[in-house]
Design a protein around this ligand. Structure first.
Ligand code: TYD
Length: 208
């Protein structure tokens, strides 16, 4: 049996990624395409336990290095538990966030650097490199405006915004570094327009 294709979705918080994943899920079900949906960090017992440690507000003293290693640890377990079995069964694997999130958030936004983060994620960048990565390209400013209407003078929002701007710049650098794998889709369009483009890209790449 032909191996399944591995597709990942990336984007800043509020980029509209979840809407696209929902639309894709509805489409694949309707078209009877064998697939699984999964997410990072998580997607399995051990990876979900690591997710809890990572996202818990109780772990504020976590170092950036520990954070990066835990994302990588959750990733390797998730590949073993969910991704590899589905790919070997010929299923399409759709993953909400993957190694590019580590590059954008840990390497660029946290400032750990690309070399360190690429090294601890070599398994994901080399052996388990996605067939296509869809990056929903929407700046954090645009995402923020769309969500709440920004309060430019709010100190906390601004502190958060500086971080999210670095995440966005990180994604742009990743897209430049892996031009064959990463497809940028303009997130300023309507959800249906974005979805049409997503479908077109996945068809062009032989995933559908
Ligand atoms: P989640 O609530 O799933 O966010 P979203 O719905 O935006 O995907 O939380 C995942 C968070 O973890 C998100 O803020 C991005 C972050 N993250 C990293 O920092 N590094 C990583 O490698 C991954 C996979 C996620």
């Amino acid at each position: 049996m032909a191996r399944g294709k591995f597709i990942t979705f990336e984007g800043c918080d509020g980029s509209g990624k979840s809407t696209q994943l929902r639309l894709l899920s509805e489409y694949l079900t309707k078209e009877n395409v064998p697939h699984i949906f999964t997410r990072e960090p998580g997607g399995g017992k051990i990876s979900e336990a690591i997710r809890e440690i990572l996202l818990s507000g109780k772990n504020m003293e976590m170092t950036d290095e520990c954070e990066a290693l835990l994302y990588a640890a959750a990733r390797v377990q998730h590949l073993h538990d969910r991704v590899e079995p589905a790919l070997s069964e010929g299923k399409l694997v759709i993953c909400d966030r993957y190694v590019d999130s580590s590059l954008a958030y840990q390497a660029y936004a946290r400032g750990l650097g690309e070399e360190f983060v690429s090294k601890i994620n070599a398994f994901a960048l080399e052996e388990y490199s996605p067939d296509v990565t869809v990056f929903i390209d929407l700046t954090p400013e645009a995402a923020f405006l769309r969500k709440h209407g920004a309060d430019e003078n709010d100190r906390l929002e601004q502190a958060g915004m500086a971080f999210h701007k670095r995440v966005y710049e990180g994604y742009k650098a990743v897209a430049k570094a892996y031009p064959n794998r990463v497809v940028c889709v303009d997130g300023n369009q309507t959800p249906n327009e974005i979805f049409e483009e997503v479908l077109r890209v996945l068809k062009e790449r032989g995933c559908l």
